[in-house]
Design a binder for this molecule. Structure first.
Ligand code: AMP
Length: 279
């Protein structure tokens, strides 16, 4: 597997999958999709300091580089761009500020986070010059932020949003799942189960507010500390008042010291037999 450590080495074009490493099946599914759609697939592995607040997990974020390179190669990546922080940001960088959508949810809970994300993705697009770039629906708001940036700045790249990959018990795969204790890991799948049921309730005609409140207290009863649970438009993450197409239930909740996020689409219609997720 070829590795580029400097911008000067990069050959532009092809499919591109930006990551922070600690790869799991979610990342690999993006690479597999990119493999099918492009002659050449590049990934990046860069733990971007700009998107971490001072109290967050930048220094302890997992960095198993050798393993990541093996997994990425097996998933069909041709090359990994693995720059140092100094290579990416030799001087105080120009920042990308995407308005409105970044004020909400993850943006409100993590001030500066999306400015860091938009800045690094813009820089990576500038370096890699991809035809297509692949992102996971797991980070729904991130997808909306990047889509707005690419549209507003007329960046010549096609965005592809890929489905969330889950563990067999429903927990969305995340590099941060390794922080969960065995007890927390056993409870963690309730996050997906709860927002799935909440989305199904909205589909079946329950009011958005009732479904949201139900999910909030359900999560608290399992020991989560929810930051937010909301029903939103997929496009701009604005709150929806009632069931509508292209909308999702989104959640962020702390379990112990680990903050988990997830989302599920609100089905457009649910038959009564599938209206509830079984326990
Ligand atoms: P990260 O390394 O966390 O920055 O994630 C890199 C890319 O992988 C982002 O586009 C994420 O949305 C995507 N991703 C992370 N987890 C998953 C998952 N469980 N399923 C699908 N995509 C994911």
């Amino acid at each position: 597997m070829k590795v580029w450590r400097t911008i000067a080495e990069v050959e532009r074009g092809g499919g591109f999958v930006p990551t922070m490493g600690a790869l799991h099946a979610g990342h690999l599914s993006l690479m597999e999709t990119a493999r099918r759609e492009n002659d050449r697939v590049a990934i990046s592995i860069f733990v971007n300091p700009l998107q971490f607040a001072p109290h967050e997990d930048l220094s302890r974020y997992p960095r198993p580089l050798e393993r990541d390179l093996e997994l990425a190669e097996r998933a069909g990546a041709d090359v990994a761009f693995v720059p140092s922080v100094v290579e990416m940001y030799p001087v105080e960088p120009t920042r990308i500020l995407v308005p409105k959508v970044t004020d909400l949810w993850e943006g409100a809970s993590r001030p500066g986070h999306f400015e860091g994300v938009a800045t690094v993705v813009a820089k990576l697009f500038g370096i890699m010059g991809p035809e297509r770039a692949y992102f996971g629906r797991k980070d729904l708001q991130q997808c909306a932020v990047i889509a707005k940036m690419v549209g507003d700045l007329s960046m010549p790249v096609t965005l592809r949003v890929c489905p969330t990959v889950r563990e067999s018990d429903g927990l969305a795969m995340s590099s941060r799942n390794v922080y969960l204790s065995p007890e927390e890991r056993a409870v963690a799948p309730r996050l997906f189960a709860t927002i799935s049921e909440s989305a199904n309730r909205i589909s079946a005609g329950e009011s958005v507010e009732d479904a949201r409140h139900w999910a909030f207290s359900e999560l608290e009863s399992y020991g989560f500390h929810p930051d937010y649970v909301a029903a939103v438009s997929d496009i701009d993450l604005s709150i929806i008042e009632e069931r509508q197409p292209n909308s999702s239930v989104i959640v962020a909740a702390k379990l112990g010291s680990t903050r988990l996020i997830d989302n599920v689409p609100i089905p457009e219609r649910v038959s009564s037999s599938t209206a509830r997720v079984s326990r």
